[in-house]
Design a protein around this ligand. Structure first.
Ligand code: COS
Length: 384
């Protein structure tokens, strides 16, 4: 479902204003303190940012993919930590239930997630299972009308704030592959769940991540997503298809912001008697950045439209995530270069954005995993 044009325009305008007036002024403070003020989180709730993609029957805005990506383009003009906090409720933290959940599971969680009362986290990665997600070791063993979960989940974004966790665990220990994995929707306050301390990260400070430990954590059988065992890995992969498109979109706002910082510095900074923006070697860095950002944005818009038409976008989502995250890395590097020594000093937004951008190439699948997926799908398409 899509919003009508006027309503969508109004939403986009409100997000752009919120970014300019509320988020950009506090970016440096959020980076320094590693905290987002609760008042700002409440304003994000009031704007509907936690429920952008949640269907309207559960109180969300029900944006289609084309609309969703444009909101991310706008929101990530401010530090991407703000996107990270709301992104899991719109992406990997809610989509397991949206895509594969039973009506009762949707009823129970989605409205509260849309309002931002419950924050969702996606628990896939483990100490020994990162890129090789299907090798996960956490177990969920059936015992009467419940499952008992044991294992460790690592680097879980938003877990320190989470009220609900999508947990991938092995229900069939005899099956070491993807087919032995099931997905559960678990209340984060269930006894037997313990959180590690929040990580001190390179960038995107204010967005929290920690480990989650499951120690004989007993959950009702109704928490099995979709009510069917052995489907959890597929659920996770479907969730990541949408998540990766969202992640790619997040790179666009950051790149636009970096280009803006680059241009405003280059037009003010004078060397050899003129603004450095007059020098062709500086212009080349601006031109390459703008061109690559535009290419990534066009790719994402196309993938989003195809998804809205019902097309499977596994390969396109990987291509978008791969290209956009590598693009923003190059743009961040050029932005620091244009600033010269000033770009290495912490009072410049580009120093912070350079650190913030680095993780886009890592999470929701590294660039190398995206390459592997793109090649695998291309070979499959051309050979069959
Ligand atoms: N949609 C639906 N089903 C999918 C799917 C998708 N996008 N991708 C895979 N599947 C299905 C496959 O069709 C297969 O089903 P069958 O067994 O019925 O044929 C099953 O899931 C297993 O898939 P596959 O054989 O591709 O599993 P692999 O172990 O080879 O997967 C990759 C390898 C690299 C694709 C996977 O481990 C991965 O994505 N790793 C990165 C994980 C990641 O992004 N981690 C970041 C943490 S989340 S922040």
């Amino acid at each position: 479902m899509a919003l009508d044009d006027i309503t969508f325009r109004q939403l986009l305008d409100s997000v752009e204003r919120f970014v300019r007036e509320r988020l950009m002024p506090i970016e440096a403070e959020v980076d320094a303190t590693d905290e987002v003020p609760e008042k700002v989180l409440d304003e994000m709730r009031a704007l509907g940012l936690f429920g952008l993609t949640i269907p309207p029957e559960y109180g969300g805005l029900g944006l289609n993919s084309e609309e969703e990506v444009q909101i991310w383009f706008a929101l990530t003009y401010a530090a991407p930590a703000f996107r990270s906090i709301v992104s899991s409720n719109n992406g990997i933290g809610s989509q397991g239930i949206v895509i594969d959940g039973t009506p009762a599971q949707k009823e129970r969680y989605l409205a509260r997630m849309a309002r931002g009362e419950l924050i969702g986290s996606f628990c896939l990665t483990e100490p020994e299972a990162g890129s090789d997600a299907a090798s996960l070791r956490t177990t969920a063993i059936r015992d009467g009308d419940s499952y008992v979960i044991n294992g460790t989940k690592r680097f879980i974004s938003n877990a320190p704030r989470a009220g609900v966790l999508t947990v991938m665990a092995r229900t069939d220990p005899g099956n070491k592959g993807a087919g032995g994995v099931s997905a559960f929707i678990v209340d984060a306050r269930t006894p037997g769940i313990r959180l590690g301390p929040s990580y001190k990260k390179m960038g995107q400070r204010g967005a929290k991540a920690c480990d989650v430990y499951f120690e004989d954590c007993r959950v009702p059988a109704e928490t099995l997503i979709g009510g069917v065992e052995g489907q959890g890995f597929k659920t996770a992969m479907k969730v990541l298809d949408r998540g990766r498109l969202g992640m790619a979109s997040g790179c666009i706002g950051v790149a636009r912001r970096l280009i803006r910082e680059m241009v405003s510095y280059a037009t003010q900074r004078r060397q050899f008697g003129q603004p450095i923006a007059d020098f062709q070697l500086i212009q080349a860095m601006i031109a390459d950045s703008e061109t690559e950002m535009h290419a990534a944005r066009a790719m994402i818009m196309e993938a989003a439209r195809l998804r809205d038409r019902g097309q499977r976008i596994t390969k396109l989502a990987s291509m978008c995530k791969y290209f956009a995250s590598e693009m923003v890395g190059r743009v961040a590097d050029r932005a620091v270069q244009v600033h010269g020594g000033a770009g290495y000093i912490a009072d410049q937004p580009v120093e912070r954005l350079y650190r913030d951008a680095r993780v886009f190439r890592l999470y929701e699948g590294t660039s190398q995993i995206q390459q592997l997926l793109i090649a695998r799908e291309t070979i499959r398409e051309l050979m069959h």
